[in-house]
Structures are given as C-alpha cells and as structure tokens.
Design a protein around this ligand. Structure first.
Ligand code: PMP
Length: 401
C-alpha cells in the first residue's frame, strides 16, 4: 500500500535527525535508511563482482544487479531492460549519446536543437560534438515563463535537425515543458529527442512508451539513491546504432591484438567493473519509492514552496522565479547579491544554493545574475519554511547595517 505521511516520511532520513534545515534537494536528495542499509549491506556482506567470476556469491550478485536493471525499466516503462544502460549519472549519459550515437553520423552543417533552459550537462556535450563535426547547436528559446518555447519548434526544425535535447524540468525554475508536444513535433520532422530527466524524475517519473521518448537520462542521487550511478535509456534501434564510447573489460565477446567484437546492448556500453553498490542503492531507492504515494508527496513539497514564497514575498525587493506549482523556489532580493545572502544563510545553518545553477544561458536570458534556490522535498516541513524566512530576514538586517 502506497502512502505519504509527512512526519513518518521525514523520520526515514537519518541526515535530518539533528534537525538540519536542508533545502538543497535540487542539487542532491538525501537518502532514506533503506537505501543506506542496502548499500552498507553490500559492502559488509558481499564478496563478489558482477558478470565475471563463477563462484556462487558472484552469480547471486549478478542476478541482483540485472534485477535492478529490470526495476529501472519498469519504473520508466521502458519496453526492455536491455535498453537500460548504467552510467555515472545524467552527465555521463549525455556524453555517451553525443559521442557514441550522434558523433558517428553528424555531418558538417547538421543541427542539434538545444533549449535555452538546459543545465550545462545537457548543453556542453552537444557543443563539443558540434565542434568536432562542424555541426551547430541551434537554440530553442524560452518563453515569458522561462520554459522552453515548444511553439517555436516548427520554425526551427528542418532537414538538418539531427536531435532535439530538452530537459524534463528546469533545475532553476522547476518549469516543465510539454514533452509530449515536443516529441510529437520533432518526430513529425524525423528528429529523435533526448530528454534530460535529472531534475524531473523524482517529481514525476516519465513513461518512455507513452511519451515515445528516444533517449532518457537520470541520476540516482537526485532520486534518493547514491551518487555516481545513473541511467541512460534508449530505444533499441538507436542503441544498436550507438558505438561503444569506452573500451575495456566485459564490453566485448572476442579480442585480439588487431581488433575486438563488441558485446550486445547494453553490455557493450559498460566497460570495466561497474558501480555495483550504486546500482544496488538505486534499486533500493526505487523499491522504497514503490511504497510512497509520490503524487501526494510532491503536492506536499509544492505546498511548502508556496508557503515560503508567500512569506518571503512580504520582504521589499523579493522576486520569485518559481514556475507554477513547483517545489523549487528560486528567488532574489533587489539590491542584495545572492552570494552575500547565501553566505549569511549558511552561517545560520540553512542549506541552499545560490548562483547560476549550471544554467548560465537561462540565467542570462532571464536578465539576472543568479538566484537563491530553496528546493523543497517531501522530507521538509513547515519549520524549515519558518527557519528559512527568519534567516533571510535576519541576514537582511545584517546587510542593511
Ligand atoms: N540536468 C539537470 C536539470 C540537473 O539538475 C543536473 C544536476 N544538477 C544534471 C543535469 C546533471 O546531473 P549529474 O550531475 O547527476 O550528472
């Protein structure tokens, strides 16, 4: 039975046991005890690696490891677990697609459409591959709400458009574009779509088949899982076309001094001993999430962000860049530099982030120098809101002196 009771939920996070005011979940989420236990248990009890040794512990661990792949596939409704590739995180997933799939086919003059709202992880790898192939990155601009302007797509798509790269949710505003519409327009032009799910996955799991997404990436650490583990999903036909990006052990079936035969998908993209503890921890996070009423948890986190926004709005100069119904509250205060304010908040024990949030083109398009970002998660509570508001007020009195 799925449920969500705020106090019970919060209790599962040992990192909050000392009453920390953690408002930085858009950077990384905290881990519940179950995820910590699963990871710890692996290091305490498992003496094995995967897909290599023949002994019994290695066989059992390999089964568990492949079971985790199935769990991820189910979670995003991917048609086959073989289409799930383990990576270090979203960043590595984007680099794998840009170098392994796009680069071999990219011709001079080809275009990669990237929205202006993207995190650098979903921009820089495309800029790199564009430069390598004399192709170019074309901007999908943002609209008045700071969202990628999907209505501008038809005018941008053309016979040279090789890929559309779009985020499921902005890590600055919390805005979520209409993915279904974007995919529909891109596909009508024969252009595949890469979705960066790093920020969106924890708020609303995306359905690969319903949305007909070509590539999708997310990171374990934003989803209550460990750092250093992430996922790339790709449609089978596209993955079959993708070249291995890293060579090494276990990504091949035969090797000689003159060449090698690559393994089947997904193993050909997973050279070297993988992050087994990460896979087990991520699997534990997804299993644990199956017991959580995620829509109710999301509404609660959004409610906290609304409360904070309403209370902070009483301060002179307060400006919110929060997208409607988001649990991410980006804001600034006229005449106060975000880095001064965040330092004074940190001194009062409030954990949040200020700056450009690895999204410089978006910040520039918004005409600002940066924001403070209080990102709420379902383990926060109204006390966190009060502490944030009180800390901002106090910091402003110090700055006014
Ligand atoms: N995209 C977005 C929208 C993000 O918020 C992040 C993480 N800040 C990333 C990509 C990159 O994720 P990672 O650092 O886990 O690879």
């Amino acid at each position: 039975m799925k449920d969500f009771k705020p106090a019970d939920f919060r209790q599962q996070f040992p990192a909050l046991s000392q009453g920390q005011c953690y408002l930085d979940s858009a950077a990384t989420a905290l881990r519940p005890q179950e995820v910590i236990d699963a990871t710890l248990n692996f290091y305490m009890q498992e003496g094995a690696t995967v897909h290599r040794s023949q002994h019994r512990a290695a066989q059992t661990l390999t089964e568990e490891y492949e079971q985790a792949r199935k769990r991820v596939a189910q979670w995003i409704n991917a048609p086959r677990s073989e289409d799930i590739i383990w990576t270090r995180g979203t960043t590595e997933s984007v680099n794998l697609v840009s170098q392994g799939w796009l680069r071999p086919q990219l011709q001079p003059g080809d275009e990669i459409i990237v929205s202006q709202a993207e995190h650098h992880a979903n921009l820089i790898p495309w800029l790199i591959v564009a430069e390598q192939c004399q192709a170019r990155v074309v901007t999908l601009p943002i609209d008045e709400q700071g969202l990628p302007d999907i209505s501008a797509l038809p005018a941008i798509l053309n016979s040279k458009s090789r890929l559309l790269a779009l985020g499921q949710m902005s890590n600055v505003t919390g805005g979520a574009p209409d993915l279904a519409r974007a995919v529909e327009l891109a596909h009508a032009n024969g252009t595949p779509v890469f979705i960066d799910g790093a920020q969106g996955a924890v708020h609303c799991p995306a359905d690969m088949q319903a949305l007909d997404i070509d590539f999708y990436a997310f990171s374990g650490h934003k989803l209550y899982g460990p750092t250093g583990i992430g996922v790339l999903y790709g449609k089978t036909a596209l993955l079959e076309d993708m070249q291995p990006w890293q060579g090494g052990g276990k990504m091949l079936t035969q090797a000689s001094m003159t060449g090698f035969t690559p393994q089947t998908v997904p193993h050909r993209f997973e050279a070297g001993t993988p992050n087994i503890a990460g896979v087990i921890g991520l699997s534990a996070a997804l299993k644990w999430l199956e017991t959580v009423d995620m829509p109710a948890a999301e509404i609660y986190a959004q409610h906290l962000a609304t409360l904070a926004e309403q209370q902070l709005a009483e301060l002179a100069g307060f400006r919110s860049f929060r997208s409607q119904n988001s649990s991410i509250l980006s804001f600034d205060i006229a005449g106060v530099h975000h880095s001064d304010l965040v330092t004074l908040l940190a001194e009062q024990g409030i954990a949040l982030r200020a700056g450009q949030h690895c999204a410089q083109p978006l910040i520039e398009a918004m005409g600002i120098s940066g924001t403070l970002r209080a990102s709420f998660a379902p383990y926060n509570n109204e006390n966190d809101v009060s502490r944030l508001v009180a800390a901002v007020k106090y910091a402003l009195t110090l700055l006014a002196d």
